[in-house]
Write a new protein. Structure first.
Length: 593
């Protein structure tokens, strides 16, 4: 029996001759499904062969996928990518800016960060305040701070500077809206970023708009956008860094495709090692953003580590896809090491620069610790005036950071709303920022009310969204392991960086006082996890099929239900006076009270 030549094998042999040494650039693994298929289809018998696309185009198809390459080609897609994003941002702005000055009191940790922001902008350092200063501050009287004594603070200054900028723009401390305007603006920008990031991540304008809408109506996001706390700014800079890395991934793959194609078309081959990509501006921008995140709260460091590993893995897979022989070694030497040499010093430099006001003002807390305590520089340090002063300032800052570290690791005071991180993903014990009860005719409660009124600011995520997110995480984890889908991996890495480290500070390993509202930093990634499942459903069902219609209807119903739940809970996120019974009915779990 004679053997017929295998047409598919001949096709791959010809392709390999076009680009010697590759094994992945001529085959495409779909983002979902994992089936290996030829990038081109064989012509039917008697049909003329279609011209092979240019090598660069084939590489881009393997590196980025057909969906990404097709994104934005249609005018309608580009229009909704911009107009739709602005529309969703307008919804977010309405939810965040309406009656932003309510309640007219400092709530929860605003008592620290708002006053610290004001003194930073007014005095150049965080000043100490007398006993019970809030009533005077809330009335606009800022004359009671003690200008000669600095306050011991336990968080870096970037978030407080952002609060201070908002107060300056709004005219001062006597307007409660000014305490929160920076948080509100940042919250709207985060929604806008979410739309654009998710659109690029899932190569779908529709999915980008869905992701932005979910962030726009979530309770955690709304509450943090309406209070002057630091975690909102931490979330924002982390999201900016993530967006920059998504753009860096695409830029690097396009550059890699360009340079590999140039080498091959010039008659060269791709062997054991591949081309260098040069300076990566988006990666540098991500490092700046992560430095600013650390300048808000130290927990930004977890994202430095997590995102650093994520971008290295992306480089590894890119070099493997184009067929570089020693792709793992090449990526580590060419991509990872230069990245570390640029990213880590950039993060440190931005963080240290965030303390510039502390360096500049002699009354800053512990500013002259080294000089007062006679801690001299080492013998090898230059003894010039500015050099010695720089060492003393740096040594004093190091001592200050040691005190901050002791505070954060030893904080174990009792608090009614302290919570274990295991319950954060289902919002088991949300944090009450503000709660007051009024009788009819008292305060904001109408005189003709038939019952008592309650006003609350409860940092509670949309229950339906978060419960669905909790179910989605293990499903996406299975899909990531099975299909190696980089989009699900990116979402899970963001959740892990913002959530898992807190288990180290909780029972049974430790007993630090921590709160559910810390989960705001990974709220965008919980939403991306949910949207990833929707992307899977849409991508695995043919257009026009019954299964696809089911997926679309189910997604639409869930989106409407999530928005409806947000409408119900909006009053207790924004201190609107509601009947006491209404507030009680919204407390679905005893742990929410």
């Amino acid at each position: 029996m004679s053997q017929q030549p295998d047409a598919t094998g001949a096709h791959f042999a010809a392709a390999q001759q076009a680009l010697p040494g590759t094994f992945g650039a001529h085959v495409r693994r779909e983002a979902v499904g994992g089936q290996m298929t030829p990038t081109g289809s064989l012509p039917a018998v008697g049909q003329p062969a279609q011209p092979e696309p240019p090598l660069r185009d084939r590489l881009l198809r393997d590196l980025l996928g057909e969906r990404r390459l097709g994104l934005g080609r249609r005018a309608a897609d580009r229009f909704w990518g911009v107009f739709g994003a602005l529309l969703v941002a307008a919804i977010a702005a309405g939810a965040r800016l309406w009656e932003l000055g309510r309640p007219g009191k400092l709530v929860f940790d605003e008592t620290y960060y708002v006053k610290e922001g004001w003194s930073l902008a007014s005095l150049g350092f965080e000043a100490a305040w007398p006993e019970k200063p809030n009533p005077a501050f809330e009335a606009g009287d800022v004359s009671s701070y003690i200008t000669d004594e600095a306050e011991y603070v336990v968080h870096p200054p970037i978030g407080k500077w952002m609060i201070a900028i908002g107060m300056r723009l709004m005219g001062g401390a006597d307007n409660p809206m000014s305490w929160r305007i920076a948080s509100a603006v940042i919250g709207v920008l985060a929604v806008l970023l979410m739309v654009r990031i998710a659109r690029r991540l899932f190569s779908s304008t529709l999915l980008g708009l869905v992701a932005g809408l979910l962030l726009a109506v979530d309770g955690e996001a709304i509450v943090h956008s309406r209070t002057g706390l630091l975690d909102q700014f931490l979330m924002f800079w982390v999201l900016v860094a993530f967006g920059c890395l998504v753009l860096d991934r695409e830029w690097a793959r396009r550059r890699l495709a360009d340079r590999v194609a140039q080498i091959v078309e010039a008659g060269g081959t791709i062997g054991q090692y591949g081309p260098r990509l040069g300076f990566r501006g988006w990666r540098f921008a991500a490092a700046v953003s992560l430095g600013l995140a650390c300048g808000v709260k130290w927990s930004g460091l977890y994202f430095v580590a997590a995102f650093g590993l994520l971008t290295v893995v992306w480089d590894l897979t890119a070099r493997r896809t184009v067929g570089i022989g020693r792709w793992w070694e090449d990526a580590l030497v060419v991509d990872a090491v230069p990245a570390a040499l640029i990213v880590l010093p950039t993060v440190v430099a931005v963080y240290v620069a965030s303390w510039s006001a502390w360096f500049a003002h002699p009354k800053s807390y512990l500013r002259d610790w080294a000089a007062v305590n006679g801690v001299a520089p080492p013998g090898w340090w230059p003894d010039w005036g500015w050099a010695r002063g720089g060492w003393e300032a740096g040594r004093s800052l190091w001592e200050y950071h040691g005190m901050m570290w002791d505070f954060h690791t030893g904080l174990d005071s009792e608090h009614n709303y302290a919570s274990h991180p295991l319950g954060w993903i289902v919002q088991w014990r949300p944090t009450s920022f503000f709660w007051e009860k009024y009788t009819p005719g008292q305060g904001p409660c109408p005189a003709d009310a038939v019952s008592d009124c309650a006003t609350a600011v409860t940092s509670l995520g949309n229950p339906l969204l978060w419960w669905l997110g909790a179910l989605a995480i293990p499903v996406v984890l299975v899909l990531v392991v099975r299909y190696r889908d980089w989009r699900g991996t990116a979402a899970l890495v963001g959740i892990a960086a913002g959530w898992l480290p807190w288990f180290l500070y909780s029972w049974p390993l430790a007993d630090r006082t921590i709160f559910t509202f810390y989960s705001i930093v990974f709220t965008p990634f919980v939403i991306l996890t949910l949207v990833h499942l929707l992307a899977i459903g849409l991508e695995r069902t043919p257009r026009g099929s019954a299964d696809r219609r089911i997926v679309c209807w189910l997604a639409a119903v869930l989106a409407v239900l999530i928005v409806g739940v947000s409408v119900l809970y909006y009053p207790i996120w924004t201190a609107m006076p509601v009947p006491y019974e209404y507030w009680q009915r919204l407390m679905l779990l005893p742990s929410w009270i």
